[in-house]
Each structure stands twice: as C-alpha cells, then as structure tokens.
Design a protein around this ligand. Structure first.
Ligand SMILES: [Zn+2]
Length: 69
C-alpha cells in the first residue's frame, strides 16, 4: 500500500514524506456518516499523512477514497 507519491509542501516547497499513524495498523480509520448502520459502517477508508520535513505541515490522503461512497 506504500505508493510513493512525490509531494512537495504547499507551504514552503520542501519535500514531504509519507508517514503512518501509530494508532491502528494501516492508518487512521475514517468513516462516511451516511454509511452508518446498526452494527457496522462499510463506507470507510484509512488515512495516512504526508509530513513536510522542514516546516511540519501535514496533508492527509485516503488509501481508498472510493470506499467512502
Ligand atoms: Zn513545509
């Protein structure tokens, strides 16, 4: 799942590195509220941040944004 997007910081133009959240194994679990059902919500994706190595600005990307709809 480690797709190496080349990204530059929108704030300062430095390189950004793909990081992961140390909570849950594959990133932060994010859910579409319209997917709420009694016991589960299948409209979800994992999110992982790219962090600027200079100023610390972070951008979050969903691993599978199509799963939210
Ligand atoms: Zn930056």
């Amino acid at each position: 799942m480690t797709i190496n997007h080349e990204k530059s910081c929108v704030k300062c133009g430095s390189d950004m590195i793909e990081c992961y959240v140390d909570q849950g194994l594959k990133g932060l679990l994010v859910k579409n509220p319209s997917g709420e059902q009694l016991f589960k919500n299948k409209k979800n994706t994992r999110m992982n941040p790219f962090v600027c190595i200079k100023c610390g600005y972070a951008e979050w990307y969903a691993d599978t944004p199509e799963d939210l709809i």
